[in-house]
Design a protein around this ligand. Structure first.
Ligand SMILES: [Zn+2]
Length: 311
């Protein structure tokens, strides 16, 4: 009975919902749809409709669902799972008690938290961090998200360090024009998010290599030996390394797990990055670097884990 959890990963672009087996953490019956950002009624209708569809696909009745976990790209206030969409990713949910609303509409218990916290739980329990105590998950996606777990648990009850990716990694006079035309929403010039996110890398590549290039093509050109592509990636990795070394002093991790789609292309650069982490909090410390091995569904599994640790 109640073997299943629903897991939802609400991003600024796409929302993914699946059922997760509570014991094995395997995902079944995936639904993916574009996130409605501006109309709350449409968003809720699409969200609840997708939960129904995913249950139907797997022949699981709502009564058989133990609960639902939601990871969302925002700060989340408790109690009630109130979404703080300060930076405007999903404006229609700003101030909405999403946890309470979903509980009321579905009649099952709901846990809501920041999406990077959900991924950090997955990394520390079933991913590259599972053999370590202090696991720092850093996700390079649209932005740069940061979360520390210790022994598979959160250090703080709510997200407080998820924006640590706004530390400075690039000085004035060391800039790529396209990154600084609009800058970041934070007040820190040359921050890691505006330099080392997947979005920032693509902007850099379009200025330094070719105007219509994407990150996959950039890594391919570098492997083929194209000078501009190699220089662009070198700059990117130099800046990333500055950020990772600072993270050691801030969080003192046993391992840093780097995730996000672009890390799949890192290859030999990943090894170089690991060697470049020289920061040490004490003489016996050897912070390691690992590239995430979790697949696309890590956000859904993480969301289910959120429910398991909170309920
Ligand atoms: Zn920033």
């Amino acid at each position: 009975m109640n073997r299943w959890l629903a897991g939802a990963d609400i991003g600024g672009t796409r929302t993914k919902i699946g059922l997760v087996d509570k014991e094995t953490l395997e995902v079944a019956g995936l639904e993916v749809f574009p996130t409605e950002k501006y109309d709350r009624d449409i968003f809720m209708e699409q969200f609840l409709g997708a939960v129904e569809r995913v249950c139907r696909k797997c022949s699981v009745s709502r009564e058989e669902l133990a609960g639902i976990g939601i990871g969302i790209g925002s700060y989340v206030f408790e109690p009630g799972g109130i979404v703080d969409s300060t930076w405007g990713y999903i404006p229609c949910l700003d101030g909405v008690a999403l946890g309470d609303e979903v509980e009321k509409r579905l009649g099952i218990s709901c846990a809501v938290d920041n999406d990077l916290r959900a991924i950090a739980l997955a990394e520390s329990r079933i991913g590259a961090g599972k053999e370590y105590s202090r696991v720092l998950s850093i996700t390079l996606g649209t932005g740069v998200g940061v979360c520390l777990t210790v022994d598979g648990k959160f250090v703080e009850k709510e997200a407080v360090t998820h924006l640590a990716g706004h530390i400075m990694v690039r000085g004035k006079g060391e800039w790529v024009e396209s990154l600084d035309q609009k800058g970041c929403y934070c007040p820190i010039f040359g921050c890691m998010e505006n330099t080392c996110s997947a979005t920032a890398l693509e902007k850099m590549a379009r200025e330094m290599v070719a105007p219509d290039i994407d990150n996959i093509q950039l890594f391919r050109l570098a492997r083929e030996g194209r000078k501009e592509a190699k220089e662009c990636l070198q700059f990117f990795f130099d800046c990333l390394l500055r950020g990772l070394n600072q993270m050691v002093y801030i969080f003192s991790p046993d391992v840093i797990v780097l995730g996000g789609g672009i890390t799949k292309g890192f290859g030999p650069y990943g090894e170089e990055l690991g060697k470049g982490i020289k920061a040490r909090v004490h003489s016996r410390q050897r912070p390691e670097l690992s590239i995430s091995r979790l697949e696309e569904n890590s956000g859904i599994i993480g969301a289910a884990l959120l429910w398991l640790v909170e309920k």
